[in-house]
Design a protein around this ligand. Structure first.
Ligand SMILES: Nc1nc2c(c(=O)[nH]1)N[C@H]1C(S)=C(S)[C@@H](COP(=O)(O)O)O[C@H]1N2
Ligand SMILES: [Mo]
Length: 347
């Protein structure tokens, strides 16, 4: 779903959202994967594309895609979420507007650790600056420990080659981290001592606090959930049985529990989680429900395996103030009217 912000001077949409209210299961079809690009989508000839690995390494290396594909590969299912999903002043009419900058896919590629080991790390190596080949030459600094952990150099998504929108022919994937760091159209990995302090980690992707300081390097996407049915814009056609279903995820690991309330948070019931529950992947939850035809509010609340509980918007605003633009993982409550129409409870 293209998202054109009124007042923003641009002739193309810089982001599209996944219609999460219309999807089942946990895998996002590639054509419906959300998109966020800061300088359009470059057209890259894969035969010409190179990945440079240099800086504090024993052997600077320049890879063609064919060379990268010779490394042992892995496939893993992970979500990707923009840390601007949504802003703090957005109460989406639909689940897509409220939370559609999240998607989940099976990614295939090479562990970044394998490629860094091939280059050999030198003393002092502590960060890797990843850079894209788009007009923005977008770059982000990634701690070396993350690069040696579960970071992937990805060339395929859900079985087919990456689409141009997702970074063809090569992207970085940092499971559980804010989407911005998963650099698309990846062309360079610079191993360095200190973070680059680039635009995307200073003026952007930092959170301004009420006391005037800013939170920087807030990498992890904290636990979140959203009911996708019934959700905003939908309508319950009759009273009686309805399945409440939605998605939950956590950048820290597995989702441990999702609770759903059908009485505006007065009481909570535990939803069933679709097996297998995967680390840093969308997790489908379901709760059978009998609607009595009365108006009510239905929020959902995720807890991850670290014990972290998804907060209310009030709790987030109390902790961070209202200047902060990123990392809103607040509970989304849907209001069901007696007519069966569903709206965002804050609208
Ligand atoms: N080179 C480059 N990488 C990028 C971006 C970009 O504009 N250029 N956008 C980032 C942002 S803000 C997000 S949320 C994700 C979006 O990935 P997707 O478009 O595949 O969903 O890519 C990140 N990687
Ligand atoms: Mo993003």
């Amino acid at each position: 779903m293209r998202h054109n912000r009124p007042g923003l001077q641009q002739y193309f949409s810089a982001s599209t959202r996944t219609p999460i209210q219309d999807l089942d299961g946990i895998i996002t079809p590639n054509g419906l994967f959300y998109e966020r690009h800061h300088a359009g989508i470059p057209a890259i000839d894969p035969a010409q594309h190179r990945l440079l690995v240099h800086g504090l390494v024993e052997r600077p290396l320049l890879f063609t895609l064919a060379e990268l594909r010779r490394f042992p590969s892995v496939s893993r299912i992970h979500f990707l979420e923009c840390s601007g999903n949504p802003g703090f002043n957005v109460h989406g009419e639909t689940a897509a507007i409220a939370n559609g900058l999240v998607s989940c896919a099976e990614w295939t590629g090479v562990p970044l650790a394998t490629v860094l080991q091939a280059a050999g790390l030198r003393d002092g190596a502590a960060w890797v600056v990843a850079e894209g080949a788009d007009g923005a030459a977008m770059n982000r600094s990634v701690p070396l420990a993350t690069c040696l952990d579960d970071a992937l150099l990805v060339y395929s998504q859900n079985g087919e080659r990456l689409r141009p929108e997702q970074g063809y022919p090569l992207r970085l994937l940092l499971p559980g981290y804010e989407g911005n760091m998963s650099i698309k159209w990846l062309r360079r990995l610079h191993v360095v001592r200190e973070p680059a302090q680039s635009r995307e980690e200073t003026s952007k992707y930092t959170d301004l606090m009420p006391d005037g300081t800013a939170r920087q390097f807030t990498f992890v996407m904290e636990a979140k959930s959203i009911i996708t049915a019934p959700s905003g814009g939908q309508r319950l056609a009759q009273r009686g049985f309805h399945e409440i279903t939605g998605i939950a995820w956590s950048g820290r690991g597995k989702v441990a529990r999702v609770e759903v309330s059908v009485d505006d948070g007065h009481s909570w019931q535990e939803a069933a989680l679709q097996e297998p529950v995967l680390t840093r992947a969308l997790t489908r939850f379901r709760l059978p429900w009998r609607w009595d035809g009365e108006s009510t509010v239905i929020p959902s609340r995720a807890t991850d395996e670290t014990g972290y509980v998804q907060p209310t918007l009030e709790a987030l605003l109390a902790a961070r103030g209202s200047q902060s633009g990123y990392h809103n993982n607040a509970i989304t409550p849907w209001r069901i009217l007696a007519s069966g129409e569903v709206r965002h409870a804050r609208l």
